[in-house]
Write a protein of this length. Structure first.
Length: 229
């Protein structure tokens, strides 16, 4: 998990062109069977999406469309690689150490959906985290024709990336509005907090002073001395 955090932190510091390229690379890895359990593609996409509306000029349609195109193509390429792996190795993929360790149950669920829905399963599987990684290889293993697989994978990738980039862009815009609010009203907020703390401190000081004065004014009752036998 530390490696994933380091990757996301590094990603957030990249300039825009490199950020888009690195995000596409992470998405491609995530959509390839095996690497999808490790590569933080979805989190990386949300980080990259915030830059669509967080730049100096605000929301940029060109940045939005470029990121959308890159992510869609990268996801479709990753799916195609997974499909080719499934076609090459067939049902024996389920018995590999990687699938047994991370996704045997997910593999069975994916193949079950695929048998029932065919190409539609490829489209809707894009929205399910574990299924998204396993679906392309399962489709190749099941012998789903590539001419049916590719359009479903492309449509799923396009809709999935559009939703995530839109969410990230909205988050970036919200952060920008919050920053603007803090810049214009920050002094008022700080002044209010300082005033509130001063009032609380004054009240407590007066209570302590009053209690001390009351204790000093109260006469002490001396106990009579006991006679020694």
């Amino acid at each position: 998990m530390a490696l994933v955090s380091d990757v996301l932190e590094w990603l957030a510091q990249l300039p825009q062109p490199a950020l888009v390229g690195a995000t596409g690379g992470l998405i491609l890895l995530e959509c390839t069977i095996g690497l999808g359990f490790i590569a933080p593609g979805e989190a990386g996409l949300l980080i990259a999406s915030t830059t669509v509306s967080a730049g100096p000029g605000g929301f940029s349609l060109s940045r939005f469309l470029i990121l959308w195109a890159v992510v869609t193509v990268a996801a479709a390429c990753g799916d195609s690689i997974g499909y080719a792996i499934g076609r090459r190795f067939g049902p024996s993929l389920r018995e590999t150490k990687l699938i047994q360790k991370y996704g045997a149950e997910g593999w069975d669920k994916t193949t079950g959906i695929l048998r029932k829905r065919g190409a539609w399963a490829v489209f809707f599987g894009r929205w399910l985290p574990v299924v998204r990684t396993l679906m392309p290889a399962a489709a190749g293993t099941a012998g789903l024709p590539y001419r049916k697989f590719l359009p479903a994978a492309m449509l799923g990738a396009a809709s999935w990336s559009l939703a995530h980039i839109s969410i990230g862009a909205a988050l970036g815009e919200a952060a920008k509005q919050i920053e603007k609010y803090l810049n214009t009203g920050g002094l008022v907020v700080v002044a209010g907090l300082v005033l509130a703390l001063f009032v609380v401190w004054t009240i407590r000081k007066r209570k302590k002073a009053k209690a001390a004065a009351l204790a000093a004014a109260t006469p002490k009752v001396e106990e009579p001395a006991t006679e020694s036998a």
